[in-house]
Design a protein around this ligand. Structure first.
Ligand code: ATP
Ligand code: MN
Ligand code: MN
Length: 368
C-alpha cells in the first residue's frame, strides 16, 4: 500500500521564486532523469523544451517528501505532459527509456564533451559534431582554427572538468581579496554563484566586487587583472568593460537578460608554486592546476541587484524575472528593478523580494 497523501494538498506555488528549494531534496532519481532531458534540449538549442524540464525538476526539488506514486502528483503545477510521462516511467520501471537512449546516444555524448570545452557553445559543437568531431582529441587533431578562449579550454580540459571544491573556492577568494585590496583598499568581495547557495562543489568560482564610495569601483577590473597577471595567477582572462548607461532616473532599463557590469572570465592557476609563501602548503594531490573564475564589479547602488542576479540558480533567476513581468508588471535585472517607469531602490536582497511582493528566500533555498 502506497501512502495516500496527495502532495498537492500542501498547495505548492507555481513559480520557483515562491518556493524554498534546498540543495538536498527527496527526489534525486526523478530530477536526475529530467535534468538529462533538459540538458539534451539545451544542447539541441530547444530552449523552451529545456525550461519545461527544468521547471518540472525544480518543482520536485521543492517537495517536502519523496514521491512514490504518480497519484501523489495530482494538482501540482509545472508538470507538463512529457515530464509527467517520464516521471511515471521512472516511478514504475526505475528508469526511463527516453533518458537511457539519450544518455547513450553518440550525439549527446559528443555534444557534452565538446561544450565541456571552455569557450565552446552548442552551435559550434553541433557544427563540429556534423563534421565527425566527437571528442576534444578529435578537435585537437582536426587542425581547426580556435579562438583564444577555446585554445585555453582545450589546453586545460581535464583540470577544468574536475569539480572545484569549497576549499579551493576559499583559497581563490583569498587571492582575489589580496589582488583587490592591493589596488583598491576598502573594496568588498562577496562569494556568489553556487557556492553562496551552499554547494560543496562547482564548475567555477564567482565573485562580486564593490566599494562603498560609489565611483571608486570604476576601472577596477583591469588593475586587478594586472596584479593577478604579475603574480602569475592567471592562465587566461577576458575582461569586458562596463557598458551600462546611467541617467538621473536611475540605471538604464535592461535591454536583455545579459547584464553589462565590468567583468572578467578567467582561468586561475592554483599550484604549490603560488602557495610557496603559505606556512601550510596544500598537499600535491589536492592541488587543482586550473580553475574557472568569474569576477564581476558592481557600483554600490546596484550591489543588491547584482548579488541577487549572480547568486542563481539560473532557473531561480529566470523565474524571478518571469514573476516580475507577468505578476507585477515590473522589470528586474542584475542592475535594477523598475515598476513601469519608476526605479525602485534597494540596498538588500530582502528589499527586492519585498518590492516584488515575494516572501524572502535565502540563498540556500534558491537551488531550483
Ligand atoms: P556552478 O557551480 O555550475 O558554477 P552556478 O550557479 O554558480 O553553478 P554559474 O554559471 O557560475 O552557475 O552562474 C552563476 C550565476 O551568475 C547564475 O545564476 C547566472 O544567473 C549568473 N550569470 C552567469 N553568467 C551570466 C552572464 N553572462 N550575465 C548575467 N548573469 C550571469
Ligand atoms: Mn558558478
Ligand atoms: Mn560563473
Amino acid at each position: 500500500q502506497k501512502p495516500g497523501l496527495e502532495l498537492a494538498v500542501v498547495s505548492v506555488p507555481s513559480y520557483a521564486c515562491q518556493r524554498h528549494t534546498p540543495l538536498l531534496h527527496h527526489n534525486i532519481t526523478l530530477t536526475d532523469a529530467l535534468s538529462i532531458l533538459a540538458e539534451n534540449a539545451e544542447l539541441g538549442e530547444n530552449e523552451g523544451r529545456g525550461v519545461a524540464f527544468r521547471r518540472a525538476a525544480a518543482l520536485l526539488k521543492s517537495l517536502p517528501q519523496e514521491v512514490r506514486g504518480a497519484e501523489q502528483l495530482r494538482g501540482l503545477p509545472c508538470l507538463g505532459e512529457h515530464s509527467l510521462r517520464v516521471i511515471k516511467e521512472v516511478l514504475e520501471d526505475g528508469v526511463s527509456l527516453e533518458v537511457e537512449t539519450t544518455t547513450h546516444s553518440e550525439q549527446f555524448k559528443a555534444m557534452k564533451a565538446l561544450t565541456g570545452i571552455f569557450g565552446v557553445g552548442a552551435k559550434t559543437a553541433d557544427r563540429w559534431f556534423r563534421e565527425g568531431i566527437h571528442t576534444p582529441s578529435d578537435l585537437q587533431r582536426s587542425g581547426h582554427t580556435l579562438n583564444r578562449a577555446q585554445r585555453a579550454g582545450l589546453q586545460y580540459y581535464d583540470e577544468l572538468n574536475l569539480p572545484v571544491t569549497k576549499s579551493e573556492a576559499v583559497a581563490i577568494g583569498q587571492i582575489v581579496e589580496r589582488a583587490v585590496h592591493a589596488v583598491l583598499p576598502g573594496a568588498e568581495i562577496t562569494l556568489i554563484g553556487g557556492f553562496r547557495r551552499g554547494k560543496q562543489t562547482g564548475h567555477d568560482v564567482d565573485f562580486l566586487i564593490t566599494h562603498p564610495d560609489e565611483g571608486r569601483e570604476e576601472g577596477l577590473m583591469p588593475k586587478v587583472v594586472s596584479w593577478l597577471e604579475a603574480q602569475g595567477f592567471l592562465l587566461y582572462q577576458k575582461t569586458t568593460g562596463n557598458s551600462y548607461l546611467e541617467s538621473k532616473e536611475g540605471p538604464a532599463r535592461p535591454a536583455s537578460n545579459m547584464d553589462r557590469f565590468e567583468r572578467c572570465f578567467s582561468i586561475f592557476r592554483l599550484n604549490p608554486h603560488t602557495h610557496s609563501d603559505s606556512p601550510h602548503p596544500l598537499p600535491q594531490t589536492l592541488v587543482v592546476v586550473a580553475v574557472r573564475v568569474d569576477l564581476v564589479v558592481s557600483p554600490y547602488s546596484q550591489f543588491a541587484f547584482a548579488l541577487l542576479g549572480w547568486t542563481g540558480s539560473k532557473l531561480f533567476e529566470r523565474e524571478l524575472r518571469r514573476w516580475a513581468v507577468h505578476e507585477k508588471a515590473m522589470t528586474l535585472s542584475s542592475h535594477a528593478l523598475y515598476d513601469r517607469k519608476r526605479y525602485l531602490r534597494a540596498s538588500s536582497e530582502e528589499e527586492i523580494f519585498a518590492h516584488l511582493g515575494l516572501e524572502y528566500i535565502p540563498p540556500c533555498d534558491r537551488n531550483a
